[in-house]
Design a protein around this ligand. Structure first.
Ligand code: GLY
Length: 391
């Protein structure tokens, strides 16, 4: 064959391949929008918030005190950010209002998830002073759970533990960092930094994976046990826990510029990306050490959280390109038919195939509202980075 034709063909193949695998964030945001738009019509009880698909196949919604209650309005706020269309602001406000009473909730560490993803995005986009006051009160409630002896915020009031702290708790610190910025009261910041330091010391293994639960003795402040609750085993690496840690320490670096947080975030990302059990599409099994891999469920939520975290992380390290590329790979996978639901299916959730709590036989291979939240957030971040042409 003519050498020139072979060359043109090779270039065309390469181009086709490149175009095929490129992420079109706005196209994917439009797909997410279609799901959310339909759900605004299909599901209208603003006192109960979409969380997942129940075993009977129907949408399962939860009250405002559930840890996932803020993600749905967060998704609507992200749509407002994406479209600038007031109809999304109106919808987001309607779905945010029912969360206000949680600002006085001192029975959970999840106020960051519940209030910052909802009111936090709302405040960022509208500057509504009422939202600010609600979040400041929320930060005060969250701070009541800090114990100076253990140096941590207590995660749960339920369970068999004395003073349980879970890696997920790193995600609730953003609300505290924010509260210091808007009030000038450094006590929130101190609580957040102390919690991050103690967690760094006690939650991580030599390979940079993290335990799910660390239980503390409140008299001595010492660690009593390192165990799991939602992972496969005490010594395993629960996938979403790794993603929470990666994202949480990236935020801790953003808010403090303390290099040790950035170093840890990079190590967690490396653990995730270099793990021999990470599938080619970079969407992890629900636990990196799940016993029946490759016949185990994937967790799209862990992938979405990790992708969003890696995009932010990529902007802080000297050569962030590999993290940006890895996040892009994850988002391409999540945007494929394997994970992205077709319009009008999946109870109008965007992504399929997450795992909530397999050991409790709960939420196995289901859509989860927070998988959608971090997927949409990551797409917005990616879109912004592409426009700014940042690394
Ligand atoms: N924060 C609870 C979970 O990740 O399932």
């Amino acid at each position: 064959m003519n050498k020139k034709i072979v060359f043109v063909f090779a270039v065309a193949c390469l181009l086709a391949f490149t175009l095929k695998v490129k992420l079109d964030a706005r196209k994917q945001l439009d797909a997410a929008k279609a799901h959310l738009e339909k759900n605004l019509v299909d599901y209208t009880d603003v006192t109960r918030f979409p969380r997942n698909t129940a075993p009977d196949g129907k949408l399962r919604a939860i009250p405002s005190n559930d840890w996932t209650s803020g993600f749905y309005s967060g998704n609507l706020w992200y749509m407002y950010e994406y479209t600038k269309d007031k109809k999304w602001e109106e919808a987001a406000r309607k779905w945010t209002a029912g969360l206000e009473k949680e600002k006085f909730n001192t029975r959970t560490h999840d106020l960051g998830f519940m209030l910052y993803c909802s009111f936090g995005n709302g405040y960022r986009l509208t500057n509504d002073p009422a939202y600010k006051e609600i979040m400041i009160q929320g930060a005060k409630s969250l701070s009541t759970r800090f114990n100076a002896k253990t140096g941590t915020i207590r995660s749960w009031d339920h369970g068999k533990w004395q003073f349980p702290v879970i890696i997920d708790n790193m995600m609730n610190l953003e609300l505290l960092f924010w509260a210091t910025k808007v009030t000038g009261d450094s006590s929130f910041y101190k609580v957040a930094v102390t919690h991050a330091n103690t967690t760094m010391k006690n939650h991580f293994r030599a390979d940079n994976s993290s335990y799910h639960v660390v239980d503390y003795d409140t008299i001595t402040g010492k660690v009593v046990a390192r165990v799991t609750h939602q992972g496969y085993a005490d010594e395993s690496a629960w996938a979403r826990g790794q993603a929470w840690g990666l994202y949480g320490y990236t935020v801790a670096y953003r808010e403090t510029r303390d290099q040790k947080y950035l170093d840890l975030a990079v190590k967690i990302a490396d653990f995730y990306l270099n793990h021999p059990h990470l599938p080619k599409d970079k969407v992890p099994y629900w636990d990196f050490n799940a016993p029946a891999i490759p016949n185990e469920e994937r967790d799209a939520s862990a992938a979405a959280i990790a992708a969003s975290g890696m995009l932010e992380l990529s902007g802080y390290v000297r050569n962030g390109q590999p993290f940006k590329k890895a996040a892009e790979d994850i988002l391409i996978s999540l945007s494929s038919d394997a994970y992205l639901a077709k319009a009008g299916t999946n109870n109008n959730f965007v992504l399929k195939h997450s795992v909530g709590h397999k050991p409790a036989k709960s939420e196995i291979d289901t859509p989860l509202v927070y998988a959608d939240y971090y997927y949409i957030e990551a797409l917005l971040r990616y879109d912004r980075m592409s426009k700014n042409n940042t690394k």
